[in-house]
Write a protein that binds this ligand. Structure first.
Ligand code: BG6
Ligand code: MG
Length: 217
């Protein structure tokens, strides 16, 4: 591989579909406060940090009176419900082609990293038995600026000692694609081309990725 020295993967929605668990836990929280939100609104939560997600949801429910301490308690409650669900995950929930493509990158001498907003990244990678597939893991516990800020991916590139312009980021969220491009990296969108319009390439999943496609980016 001439130009590409590292691939950085978002976790939720790229390696594993945890979005359904986030949705169930946030929905339960909203329902407890007496309102609901749609699956379409839920799309806007992709790639967004826990507290930013809570603020969006409270806005949808016109809940304007919560103190910071109350907000923290709500986010903690949501995370507890979410953790009950992810604690039952198995490697069967790895998205199609994800393990195979990451392994193919490694076999070709390309470094691999996780770049995720989630503070639950270590738990999820352990459940999926995937932690050893990545040379470095940068997650919500080690970044201060959320996507679309490029911090999470730049930290990954730095840890791998690879120049950002030799990195490719795989992302299912608009904010994540923007973060990759802002960091001077190439972005492969995972999902729909109509949504991820800024990505250099969009595929439906890592099962559609090959080293040949990577080389042509
Ligand atoms: C992102 C998800 O990867 O992580 C978001 O797409 C989530 O939905 C965010 O809110 C933070 O996750 P966590 O696990 O730290 O609450
Ligand atoms: Mg994601």
């Amino acid at each position: 591989m001439k130009n590409i020295k590292a691939c950085i993967f978002d976790l939720d929605g790229v390696i594993v579909d945890t979005a359904v668990y986030h949705y169930k836990a946030w929905k339960r929280l909203a329902n407890n406060m007496g309102f609901d939100f749609t699956e379409h609104q839920n799309e806007q939560l992709k790639g967004v940090s826990r507290m930013a997600s809570l603020n969006l949801i409270l806005g949808w429910g016109d809940v304007t009176h919560k103190t910071e301490a109350e907000k923290l308690a709500l986010a903690t409650q949501k995370n507890e419900w979410y953790n009950v669900m992810i604690s039952q995950m198995t490697p069967a929930e790895i998205l199609p082609g994800a393990r195979e493509f990451v392994q193919a990158c490694r076999n070709a001498g390309i470094k691999t990293a996780i770049g995720s907003a989630s503070k639950n990244t270590p738990t999820i990678l352990n459940k999926l038995q995937l932690a050893s597939l990545f040379d470095t893991i940068v997650d919500g516990n080690s970044v201060s600026k959320p996507k679309p800020d490029p911090e999470v991916f730049l930290k990954g590139a730095e840890a791998l000692q690879v120049d950002p312009n030799a990195c490719v980021v795989f992302e299912d969220a608009v904010a994540g694609v923007e973060a990759a491009l802002a960091g001077g990296m190439k972005a492969v969108g995972i999902g729909s081309p109509e949504v991820l319009i800024k990505a250099n390439l969009v595929v439906s999943g890592l099962d559609k990725m090959t080293l040949d496609i990577l080389e042509e980016l």
